[in-house]
Design a protein around this ligand. Sequence first.
Ligand SMILES: Nc1ncnc2c1ncn2[C@@H]1O[C@H](COP(=O)(O)OP(=O)(O)OP(=O)(O)O)[C@@H](O)[C@H]1O
Ligand SMILES: [Mg+2]
Length: 307
Amino acid sequence: MVVQVRGLLKRYGTVVAVGNVSFEVYEGEIFGILGPNGAGKTTTIEILEGLRRPDEGEVRVLGFDPRKGATDLRERMGVQLQRTAVFRKLTVFEVLEFFRRLFKKRIATTDLIKTFGLLPKKNTYIRNLSGGEHQRLSVALAFVNDPELLFLDEPSTGMDPQARREMWDILQQARHRGKTILLTTHSMEEAERLCDRVAIFDQGRLIALDSPASLVRSFDASKRIEFKVQGEIDVSAFLHIEGVMAGENKNGLMILQASTPEAVLPKVFELAGARKVNIDALRIVNPTLEDVFLKLTGKQLGNENSR
Ligand SMILES: Nc1ncnc2c1ncn2[C@@H]1O[C@H](COP(=O)(O)OP(=O)(O)OP(=O)(O)O)[C@@H](O)[C@H]1O
Ligand SMILES: [Mg+2]
């Protein structure tokens, strides 16, 4: 077990940022903390990094208390903060060189620059990097000491879709080399594609923890059929179809819940034909973590990264 959290609690004044949270991170996994803004993700991860002091509970990182592990622990972990203020007047190469000198074990700077696709920006000043490039650099900084454990706070924020996929590849390769990664995200897609296990946080509470597939299965989120209709028909007409469990009309998009869409589809078309309306842009949607989150909290997590 690489990380152990028991009964963790952190307050800011009257706000309970993290309330009585317990979980473990196993060696060699990518563990994700998923939750909306203010859920307590950064507070939790920064307590594990030794940057914030918990009010209650017990925390172990590679066997150490992160506030006491000092140099031994620091050599073995890598940290990417949600907000990094790196030296704006240094170049990409210089910043990486600077940070790797703080450690005994080091990765060659040029290799890191290549891995993170920053070769064309090697001699660019930090202040002239784009948002996504800056983000790539801040994740690269977590790798300078070739750590066995990585803490990444929203690693793909601000990246375009291609950069995000490249980042996922880098993290998956790191896992193949035996690294353990604890990351935070509010992207459902990122959690589903990348994480072995996901802890869902909401308002400082841990409300579910499992692999993405098991979460989707255990919360019994059903498949759904989505389509648009040209013509006049009320969604209630489709609710009479056998196998349709629920339905709604969301701004013109008909959404029908059905555990076996294949069986329901012909009847949907039959009904449309009988009512002389056309069905358009139909698709079957598998349940996702988004549905799990909605079911657990009654809220949608949706954000710019999630689709
Ligand atoms: N230093 C602080 N002082 C006071 N309140 C804080 C402090 N840090 C966090 N909080 C509050 O604690 C709660 C959890 O914040 P935290 O930064 O851990 O959330 P988060 O899940 O990382 O959110 P985001 O997705 O926006 O990064 C929020 O209500 C936040 O306003
Ligand atoms: Mg945060």
